[in-house]
Design a protein around this ligand. Sequence first.
Ligand code: UDP
Length: 327
Amino acid sequence: MKTVLITGAAGFLGSHLCDKFIDKGYKVIGIDNLITGDLKNISHLFPHENFEFYNHDVSKFVHVSGKLDYILHFASPASPIDYLKIPIQTLKVGSLGTHNLLGLAKVKNARILVASTSEVYGDPTVHPQTEEYWGNVNPVGPRGVYDEAKRFQEAMTMAYHTYHGLETRIVRIFNTYGPRMRLNDGRVLPAFIGQALRGEDLTVFGKGNQTRSFCYVDDLVEGIYRLLMSDYTMPMNIGNPDEITISEFAEEIIKLTGTTQKVINKPLPTDDPMQRQPNIDKARKIIDWEPKVSRAEGLKITYDYFKSLPPEELYKKEHKDFKAFEK
Ligand code: UDP
């Protein structure tokens, strides 16, 4: 039986990856310090004999006994609101955390895949974004803590690959959505659906002419699995190229939820990228992957998930006492 270590296991993407590898018959070891993750996302796996979980911060030394075949590093705050609140931990998990896991991969002779992001392209001047584009990032802006940690992560991962011959994979993840997103993480999709469910107006930042391209989580997870199993060691975009403005997206959510509320405009956050769409030619060619789930299908599943949550979740302002994690 192959063993995979997944960091950020209790998070949105990490928990779906745990499910995927358990389904495929792997032994899964999950790690999470639960700053932004939630045990509810993986509690269904606790009775499973092939699943283990450790509450640990991977920015500190990581010890795992026994063999490891694969490591997936998905621990990181990943919404602009989160990394504004916990900037230092965001920097540490992308840098020190990545270093610890690369070191672990080296001693275990394991293959490691690190979760990078479309944020490495910053506010892109090339559109759609190809992997060859180097990006337009403000290192000292509010997003810098995430963007630069991820850029450092890619550099460190490449260095372990070229210098130590480590088996590495780098996925650049574009906006992804689906069940288990946090309703209050500030991201546009849970924000709009939460507002519709609470009977509030939908807050569009800026003029709403900025674009994003949303990928359903099952598609993303399949792409990550294929990249891990491939021989490809350069960064690869995984995302859905179906691009939409945020205003149009708000209209779709209004239609989907049937809310009678309207759209209101709020100031555009600093350094908010104006456009984002992945070029996925590499994924198509190298791992024979493209997204299968349309936004209409994916949004319906996600809306049903949010509707099924206990009503008090809708009004929870703060997911966690972030201060308790300040170190
Ligand atoms: N956004 C918005 N209203 C909200 C939350 C976000 O208009 O209540 C916008 C945000 O300014 C950005 C886009 O939606 O242009 C996507 O934001 P998100 O935080 O989901 O992720 P990002 O792609 O910016 O990292």
